[in-house]
Design a protein around this ligand. Structure first.
Ligand code: FES
Length: 226
């Protein structure tokens, strides 16, 4: 994982302010917390700033610290700790975060990064020529059971092969990212076994209690309360 620092001053905007829609959402988040605990809204507010600007600017960090009456260093700590916050401009159509932690690495994340290198840019944190795509390697994103996986903005794409990742990148590049269903890309439901059940396969296990339930219903036992 790379060192997370704020972007160079040359790309930092002078100021930041939430637009009307984001300001309303920020208010909703702040009001979710008890009086005196408004600082708990720091993560959602930084996410809103990122949604608006595409990345988290120094000015946005300062703005959020003022809104929450919070020392700037505390907001900076949060923004630089979590990899969901982009600290420099990223691809406008997709920023591909490839998990490179052990389970994903053992299941082929290096090959996924090769796809990013060839389709986006040889080096992470650089955009492609059009500025539409970028990528980076990140630590575990919590979907190890469906390794290897990537995250693009708020969605994860799991059980990937290099070929499937190439298709996904092409779709985002064409502005059709919403046609790709997030989650497992191999047809399984969530983390259900890919090749079908290997245990509790005898249906009788589930049906065994059925006659008893029927008898209880007939006698009214099922309606008794203690
Ligand atoms: S190791 Fe990749 S999601 Fe956990």
């Amino acid at each position: 994982m790379s060192v997370r620092r704020l972007a160079d001053e040359s790309v930092q905007p002078e100021s930041f302010a939430f637009n009307r829609e984001m300001a309303a959402q920020a208010k909703v988040w702040i009001n979710k917390y008890p009086k005196g605990r408004e600082q708990s809204a720091v993560i959602p507010l930084l996410m809103l700033a990122q949604e608006q600007e595409g990345w988290v600017t120094r000015a946005a960090i300062e703005h959020v610290s003022q809104m929450l009456d919070m020392p700037r260093i505390r907001v900076l700590e949060v923004a630089t700790f979590y990899t969901q916050f982009q600290l420099k401009p990223v691809g406008t159509r997709a920023h591909v975060q490839v998990c490179g932690t052990t389970p994903c690495m053992l299941r082929g994340s290096e090959a996924l990064m090769d796809v990013c290198r060839s389709k986006i840019h040889h080096d992470q944190f650089h955009t492609n020529a059009d500025g539409t795509l970028s990528w980076e390697e990140v630590e575990c994103l919590g979907a190890c059971v469906n390794a290897p996986m990537i995250m693009i903005f708020k969605d994860t794409y799991e059980d990937l092969t290099p070929e499937r990742l190439a298709e996904i990148i092409d779709a985002f590049e064409a502005g059709k990212g919403d046609t790709i269903k997030p989650g497992p890309q191999v047809g399984r439901i969530y983390s259900a076994p890919e090749a079908g059940l290997t245990s509790l396969t005898d249906e009788k296990v589930f049906l065994k209690s059925a006659p008893r339930a029927k008898a209880a219903k007939a006698s009214g036992e099922d309606k008794k309360t203690v």
